[in-house]
Design a protein around this ligand. Structure first.
Ligand code: TRH
Length: 366
């Protein structure tokens, strides 16, 4: 495809880091392939620690109300991330420009990652705009996913080379983690109901474990859990089999390094799930909870795509509060093969940036 197109990606930060995390990765991926990107975001604060150095070819713009469109060069491709509803004044000038130049509009609705069946059915579908300043334009749904009929997963072109070059010992030292050969487990989570049970399990294990706890909600949850334990059972970690390292906020690159360094990763939301998959180590996923428990079927669909063995399924059910059963024992050695298999399979598929660029070009030419 011809490169050098100008992409306008719109992102609204609802909560947590996934929306901006995915949009940033997409923007950087496009720029790395010669595209130009403007990322319009209502709250760019997380980028200060996720990507403090920015990226060549990506311009982060504040999504002000309204956006000042006077004198703005309209881009070629418009991406609306996660149904964030692009600013009407921007749509008006985009639509005006496309009509005036006779160029096809490319307005892509980027959706959340899911392994559910509707993703294949909905990926690529057109949705004519029936009202508002964009009336007459056609939006297209773009669904990331795990199967060939979907938009794929975000993956950098140099991912496997970076992994091959990675020096685990040096990275741990750089982070001041006093690693002494113990099992390393990363923890990026919300407030899992079984967190207390996990801490007990690790403290009771004959194998020493260091839990690398990510900043924010995971740190708050672990500290609260430990406090509770000391209050009710002061001897819960008497042998000190379980130790803790509380991490600062990491750049997205260092977040990968964390996952590559650990023997087991606990991740949450969609973006870190994909990073855990690329890391290729056994992982446990806490799915983003939805009010109507819609996340239960989403979790099940993912476990099916993963071909998760029974021990991994039951662990996920307890970790996510889908079942009230006691947290089963961790069995990472039984899970390794499953993770390696999905990683190998997904590495053979076209990544999301390749696919979205192909999709945009096709739509421009229609
Ligand atoms: O933060 P999340 O829980 O994001 C969630 C989900 O995406 C959810 O679907 C969405 O609806 C909700 O946000 C609004 O988890 P996720 O998706 O894994 O995103 C985390 C991002 O933060 C990811 O890009 C990795 C990055 N990260 C760092 O770069 N450094 C860090 O230290 C940590 C802990 C995370």
């Amino acid at each position: 495809m011809k490169t050098g197109n100008l992409w306008d990606i719109f992102c609204k930060v609802i909560d947590n880091y996934g929306d901006i995390g995915v949009c940033w990765r997409l923007a950087v991926g496009l720029a790395a392939r010669g595209e130009r990107v403007r990322l319009w975001v209502d709250d760019a604060s997380a980028l200060r620690w996720m990507a403090p150095e920015g990226a060549q070819g990506v311009e982060v713009r504040p999504w002000t109300q309204p956006i000042q469109t006077d004198g703005l060069t309209v881009g070629d491709i418009l991406v609306e991330a996660f149904g964030c509803e692009v600013a009407p004044e921007f749509i008006a000038s985009y639509a005006y420009n496309k009509r005036a130049t006779g160029q096809n509009a490319v307005w892509i609705n980027l959706e959340y990652l899911s392994a559910e069946g509707f993703v294949e059915r909905s990926h690529g579908l057109p949705s004519p705009v029936m009202s508002g300043p964009g009336i007459g334009l056609i939006k297209h749904f773009f669904y990331p996913g795990f199967t060939t009929g979907t938009g794929g997963l975000l993956r950098e072109t140099d991912l496997t080379e970076r992994q091959a070059r990675f020096d685990r010992a040096a990275w741990l030292q750089q982070l001041d983690i006093g690693f002494q050969g113990e099992r390393l487990i990363s923890l990026f989570c919300y407030e899992p109901p079984a967190l207390g049970a996990l801490l007990d399990q690790l403290a009771a294990d004959t194998q020493a474990t260091r839990l690398l706890v990510t900043a924010g909600r995971a740190t708050a949850a672990v500290k609260a859990g430990i406090k509770d334990k000391y209050r009710s059972r002061p001897s819960w970690n008497q042998r000190q089999a379980l130790s803790f390292s509380y991490l600062p906020t990491l750049t997205q690159r260092d977040f990968d390094h964390l996952l590559w360094s650990c023997d087991l990763n606990f991740v949450r939301g969609e973006d870190s799930l994909v990073r855990a998959l690329w890391a290729g180590k056994p992982f446990v996923w806490q799915i983003y909870p939805q009010h109507d428990d819609a996340h239960h079927s989403k979790l099940e669909a993912f476990l099916n795509v993963l071909h998760a063995p029974p021990s991994l399924r039951t662990f996920h059910h307890a970790w996510n509060g889908v079942s009230q059963a006691a947290l089963p024992a961790l069995a990472p050695s039984q899970w390794q093969e499953t993770v390696s298999a999905i990683r190998t399979l997904q590495l053979q598929r076209d990544d999301l940036v390749t696919q979205i660029m192909r999709f945009a070009l096709k739509t421009i030419k229609i």
